[in-house]
Write a protein that binds this ligand. Structure first.
Ligand code: GYE
Length: 347
């Protein structure tokens, strides 16, 4: 969005309001108990010249999410010229809407939103637009009537991630001489309605549709967490253990599935009974992949902080950032991994 004269005026007004409003916001941030890493600002600390960036994060459901929050925190530091506000929505869109309204009321300079799900954002984003506050969306996308309700989005091509997994599976089965076998897939679904879930699910479903001998035998709701996945996969294994592939929509789900398989005494991973496919490529996932428990881990980059900063700096310079920016990603199999490589990734 190119700031118009009126949005500029609004933002100047907002900046003036920001200093006064910070103390109130600080208290609400403090009271909501978001943990030690939330920046708590006092009135005396509030200073002009800093750019206020207010982030509404999905939650802390996975290792990926923790790395994503950390990337924002380490980018938007006071030393770098920012006042950073952070709220964890605990996986609930209604919490995010409340947080956004607080940020608007405080007149922050930029809102960064990682939306739990895609729909239901029109009204609150209209309010941000009316207040002249640019909204940058990260990771998951939003589905809004008016694309001008957000300034830019940065994240992953989740459907492509799913397609990468399917291409790998086809090659792997071929190598194993199983290309013509019946392949039964258990699908562990992520948070329903999140872009990452929608894209990865579409990639899987397209892959299955393209192979007559592949079949999704069940879909269970893992909600991107180890605990939930462990629970639903354990239940499923009581009904059937005739499974060739478990398609887990993130690393923590893969760990939950592995826990359930261990308990049921079913072998999995490289050259074993059940093929495990995962997404994210966080340290926990890659460690499991390196030791052969996960056959494939498709990368999803959570380091959005520097990318969001680039967008903000462009806006500050009066430039127009790309509306949609996709991050580059790869995938990992056990033979590609070393301890050094995992450590060097930093999450
Ligand atoms: O894969 C999962 C997280 O939206 C890409 O959300 C993100 C997903 C990520 O909880 O681990």
């Amino acid at each position: 969005m190119i700031p118009t004269e009126s949005t500029n005026k609004n933002r100047i007004k907002n900046r003036i309001r920001t200093a006064a409003g910070l103390a109130i916001l600080s208290i609400s941030v403090f009271l909501s108990g978001c943990g030690s890493s939330t920046m708590v600002q006092t009135e005396t600390e509030a200073s002009d010249g800093l750019i206020s960036v207010a982030f509404s994060e999905v939650g802390a459901e996975s290792d990926w999410r923790v790395a994503n929050s950390e990337s924002m925190r380490t980018t938007f530091t006071t030393e770098n010229g920012y006042e950073f506000y952070f709220e964890d929505a605990k996986g609930k869109q209604e919490n995010q809407i409340t947080t956004l309204r607080n940020y608007i009321l405080q007149g922050v300079d930029y809102i960064v939103l990682d939306p739990v799900i895609e729909t239901g954002w029109d009204e609150v984003l209209e309010e941000a637009k009316d207040a002249g506050i640019p909204v940058i969306v990260v990771d998951r996308m939003i589905d809004v009537e008016d694309e001008d309700l957000y300034t830019a989005w940065v994240g992953s091509d989740f459907q492509k991630e799913g397609e990468t997994a399917m291409e790998w599976l086809e090659d792997y089965l071929e190598e194993q001489g199983r290309a013509d076998d019946e392949i039964k897939i258990l699908h562990v679904v992520g948070t329903l309605g999140a872009t990452s879930q929608i894209g990865r699910t579409a990639g899987l479903e397209d892959g299955v549709a393209a192979h007559e001998n592949w079949e999704i035998i069940a879909q269970v709701q893992g909600e991107y967490t180890q605990a939930k996945t462990y629970e639903v996969v354990s239940e499923l294994l009581k009904e059937t253990q005739d499974i060739d592939v478990i398609y887990c929509e993130n690393d923590n789900s893969a760990l939950g599935a592995i826990q359930a398989l261990d308990e049921a005494g079913i072998s999995y991973g490289a050259d074993k009974d059940v093929i495990i496919i995962s997404f994210d490529a966080t340290a926990v996932g890659l460690e499991a992949c390196m030791e052969g428990s996960i056959n494939l881990d498709v990368e999803c980059n959570p380091l959005h902080g520097p990318l969001v900063e680039e967008i903000i700096l462009q806006l500050e310079a009066g430039e127009t950032p790309e509306k949609l920016a996709y991050v580059e990603e790869t995938y990992f199999t056990p033979d590609m991994l070393t301890e050094e490589l995992i450590e060097s990734r930093g999450y």
